[in-house]
Every structure is written in structure tokens, then in C-alpha cells.
Design a protein around this ligand. Structure first.
Ligand code: SF4
Ligand code: SF4
Length: 260
């Protein structure tokens, strides 16, 4: 197989990746104590202290219980979620879903710093801790900030196909609402399309309209099946033209998004 076909073959297939409506990632804070290169929440590239409030978590819990949604996994993350001042209240609130329908409550942490380490010792045992134990800002990550829109080969791709991340990790929830995926939510934070849904998408809703907008700027799209990590990952910071401009704009004025 040619290198070109091996690298880009999946992009030209008609395969669609459907969001998994049984899993969700909640970005409770965008603040992070590490700030890695190529962070797919832009915590380094466009730092922010914005958070999901306890009130918004209560709203999410009520909505989930009212609609009898049986989440298989609720992943609490950031940024670095241990930096959220109400982390324990948030976990207790989410437990109401676990108590009713089962499923896993997971806390995804980078494990960095004494404060985070101390907080992790107090996390209740019914929360599964996923600790990536990062030690450096240089990690082998996808080139999130190399936008397909800046790539002549990809500019006109069918972005509604998405990639494997929403299928594998599930929906994303931030203070601005629901998205097909967490990295897509971060695209909206920076570009300001303001397309966060204010209600949990129905199971038959593939959110293609949102994918069409978000995937155009998300570097994960270059490797839709996630199998070509060796080609599309790097430890160095890579930022394409459209992202550079977007980060500059963000420094001057942040997009005004409506909250969940
Ligand atoms: S630890 Fe995670 S959230 Fe924080 S900057 Fe690194 S990749 Fe982003
Ligand atoms: S390419 Fe990015 S925005 Fe699109 S589905 Fe994948 S992770 Fe989400």
C-alpha cells in the first residue's frame, strides 16, 4: 500500500462515525496546571478559567433523570478537573445518576502537582480515577491545531462524517451546552459559532450539522479512525494559519457564547 493511501485512505471512505449517546465528557473547568502542546481543549493555546457551575451540573442531572438516560460513562475532565473549587459537590450530584441507572463516573486527571495529588486521595471510591500521570508539556498528541480547512487536500471533505472520538468517548458538555465531542466543543469556544445544544441530543440525533461545522477546524479529522496516530501525532507544537488567526482574535476579544 502506498504511503499516501495508508495515511489518507480512510478520509475518502464513506464511513461515518456516530456519536455514542451513552457516554459523555463534562469539561468542568478549562483551567489546567500543565498546558501541553497541541492540547485538544486549547488549555495552553488559549488559557481560560471558565467552569461548568454546580447549577449547570444539577440541570444536567435533572435532565438525565427526567429522560431516563442510562449513561454508561460520565467522564469528568478539564483542563484539570481537580482545579474546580466544587469538584466534590459535582461528583456527589452526579452520583444521583449512578445510583439510579448505574454506569461509571470517571475523573480524568493529569496527576500533576501536590494540590491535585492531595485532592485525588479524597475522591470517593465509587469514582474511577483515570490518571494519565503526565510529566511534561511534550506528549505525543494528534496535531489538533492543524485545521483541515488549511489543508488543500481536506478543505472540501465531508466533515459530517466526524471521527472515532465521539463514538469512543461520547458527547461533550461544557458551560455552553452539548456537542458531539469534547474537542469539537473546544473549537466552538475559540471560533464562536455558538452551536452548543441546550438539551441532551436524542439517541437518533447524529449531530451531523454540528460535525460539519466543527470538524473543519479540528485536527483529529485527519485521522478519522484513529489508526494513523504515528503519522498525525507529534510532541512539538503545530498550529496552522486559521488557528493562529483565531488565537490572536481570542486574545483581543473572546467569542460571546450562550450558556447551557
Ligand atoms: S493536561 Fe490535558 S487538559 Fe491539561 S493541557 Fe495537557 S492535554 Fe490539555
Ligand atoms: S474531528 Fe474533532 S470535532 Fe470532528 S468528530 Fe472528531 S474530535 Fe470531534
Amino acid at each position: 500500500m502506498s504511503l499516501f493511501k495508508e495515511k489518507y485512505g480512510k478520509l475518502f471512505s464513506s464511513e461515518k462515525f456516530l456519536p455514542n449517546h451513552k457516554k459523555i465528557e463534562i469539561e468542568i473547568t478549562t483551567d489546567c496546571n500543565l498546558k501541553c502542546f497541541n492540547c485538544n481543549r486549547s488549555c495552553r493555546q488559549a488559557p481560560s478559567y471558565e467552569t461548568v457551575s454546580l447549577g449547570q451540573i444539577k440541570k444536567f442531572v435533572k435532565e438525565s433523570l427526567d429522560k431516563n438516560i442510562e449513561w454508561r460513562r460520565i467522564n469528568v475532565l478539564g483542563g484539570e478537573p481537580t482545579l474546580h473549587p466544587k469538584l466534590f459537590e459535582i461528583l456527589e450530584e452526579l452520583k444521583k445518576i449512578k445510583d439510579k441507572t448505574g454506569g461509571e463516573i470517571r475523573l480524568a486527571t493529569n496527576g500533576v502537582g501536590e494540590k491535585t495529588k492531595e485532592i485525588l486521595t479524597r475522591v470517593p471510591s465509587w469514582v474511577k480515577i483515570a490518571n494519565t500521570r503526565k510529566t511534561s508539556v511534550e506528549n505525543r498528541f494528534d496535531t489538533y491545531n492543524l485545521a483541515p480547512a488549511d489543508d488543500p487536500l481536506l478543505r472540501f471533505a465531508d466533515f459530517s462524517k466526524g471521527c472515532i472520538i465521539p463514538s469512543f468517548c461520547g458527547l461533550g458538555l461544557t458551560r455552553y451546552g452539548y456537542y458531539p465531542c469534547g474537542p469539537g466543543a473546544a473549537v466552538d469556544r475559540l471560533f464562536g459559532f455558538d452551536i452548543g445544544r441546550k438539551e441532551i441530543p436524542l439517541p437518533n440525533d447524529n449531530m451531523e450539522k454540528e460535525l460539519k461545522v466543527l470538524c473543519k477546524y479540528c485536527g483529529h479529522f485527519k485521522d478519522p479512525s484513529g489508526l494513523q496516530h504515528k503519522f498525525f501525532s507529534t510532541k512539538e507544537e503545530k498550529i496552522s494559519k486559521i488557528w493562529k488567526k483565531t488565537y490572536e482574535n481570542y486574545q483581543m476579544k473572546r467569542p460571546d457564547l450562550t450558556v447551557y
